[in-house]
Design a protein around this ligand. Structure first.
Ligand code: ARG
Length: 396
């Protein structure tokens, strides 16, 4: 019997998908669950998958790999889709594709399947990722194919087939969460005029509930990697988790975005990325201190394109690799300490220092000890403005 590896979450869709795949494709269903956020009760999840008809279940805690191989490159690239979204969901998909392919190859499976809907970006990312890594695998997307039109029909199907489901837990929103952030959509949020209700946010406090007094955070970077928080060394995952708590408490990292999806529609989604917002600000501030002007300005173009590639599902591509090479080339200079304030929903730069700082107080000062050669400014300006001097006929 052919095998299918199903990316399984334990929710209604992927639970129904197990039985549906078995009936429709006459396959053995092996489930794979990746955890890149909170790790749930593995035993319970495995039991549920088996009770739904899976022959085997792989559950992997991939937070470390997610942080080091996916979040970190995106952080160093300053990747923000449409200038704002830190790409938490988008970054998780190529990681899941990679493990789906690995398990499929190990199990000699003919198919892989996922529970993404037919109008989102995630189906694109997962499938492009899978095909980039193993184009021989056949992909099945039950939600694009099956007959159920409503959630109620799915629930009936589950009941008829004795598929264990937990319908009480269903949120009124569609949520995707991992350590880099959370994406929240649907329900009342579908009207872009409606202000997100208080209960829609998960990781951050409302401004009315944040501490009155600000707090200061110091972050030390070594070669572009955040290594210690407030003087305490910690691995990347622990640092992200700690900062999610801390910055979330100060209401940092909220975003309400009308975004342009790959599949052509505009959607409204709210996001929270407390740790991401702090780390991104800190990394950008440190680069501003240690990179020269042309490098910094050029990097902005790379950042924008990098974010597009991640959003669009092109993680495993030559261009993305080339961008990684550009970004990592000078990360050894991104070493130093950044001081930030968390204050009423804002993250505010308060100070930065680095052994590689290009900033020179002797050149910048307006006080005594100025080393800047004021005289050479004269000749410089003459040449700088030369092309426009003989612009005859310009009126003011
Ligand atoms: N729009 C975001 C993206 O494409 C998040 C998608 C998942 N969102 C969700 N609420 N389930 O990366």
């Amino acid at each position: 019997m052919d095998k299918v590896i199903l990316a399984y979450s334990g929710g209604l869709d992927t639970s129904c998908a197990i039985k549906w795949l078995k009936d429709k494709y006459n396959v053995e269903v092996i489930c794979f669950s990746a955890f890149i956020g909170e790790v749930p009760d593995k035993k319970a999840l495995e039991k549920k998958a088996k009770a739904s008809g899976a022959s085997k279940v792989y559950i992997k805690d991939l937070k470390k790999e997610f942080a080091e191989d996916f979040i970190l490159p995106a952080l160093q690239a300053h990747a923000k889709y449409e200038g704002k979204y830190l790409l938490a969901t988008s970054l998780g998909r190529p990681l899941i594709s990679k493990h789906l392919v690995q398990i499929a190859q190990k199990e000699k499976a003919k198919y892989v399947a996922h529970g993404c809907t037919g109008k989102g970006n995630d189906q694109v990312r997962l499938e492009v990722g899978i095909r980039s890594l193993d184009s021989k695998l056949k992909i099945i997307a039950p939600l694009r194919e099956w007959e159920f039109k409503t959630r109620e029909e799915e629930i009936d199907y589950a009941k008829q087939n004795k598929i264990p489901i937990d319908i009480t837990k269903k949120s009124i929103y569609s949520i995707d969460k991992n350590i880099w952030g959370i994406a929240i959509e649907a329900g009342v949020l579908e009207d872009p005029w409606v202000e997100p209700p208080k209960d829609a946010y998960v990781m951050t406090r409302a401004l009315s509930e944040v501490p009155k007094k600000s707090t200061t955070v110091t972050l030390e970077f070594k070669k572009g990697i955040p290594v210690s928080l407030n003087g305490k060394k910690m691995p990347l995952v622990a640092m992200i988790e700690k900062l999610n708590d801390l910055a979330g408490k100060y209401g940092v990292g909220r975003l309400d975005l009308i975004e342009n999806r790959v599949v052509g529609i505009k959607s409204r989604e709210i996001y929270e990325s407390p740790a991401g917002t702090v780390l991104m600000t800190a990394h950008e501030e440190l680069e501003a201190l240690v990179f020269d002007r042309a490098h910094l300005h050029y990097k902005k173009l790379i950042s924008e394109k990098y974010a597009d590639l991640v959003y669009d599902g092109f993680w495993f591509t030559p261009l993305k690799e080339a961008f990684d090479a550009f970004v990592s080339k000078h990360q050894d200079r991104v070493t130093g300490i950044v001081k930030l304030k968390l204050d009423q929903g804002h993250v505010i730069i308060a100070g930065r220092k680095s052994p590689y700082a290009l900033y020179s107080e002797a050149l910048a000062t307006y006080s005594e000890g100025d080393m800047f050669d004021h005289k050479s400014a004269e000749g410089f300006i003459k040449l700088w403005g030369l092309p426009y001097e003989k612009n005859v006929g310009r009126k003011i």
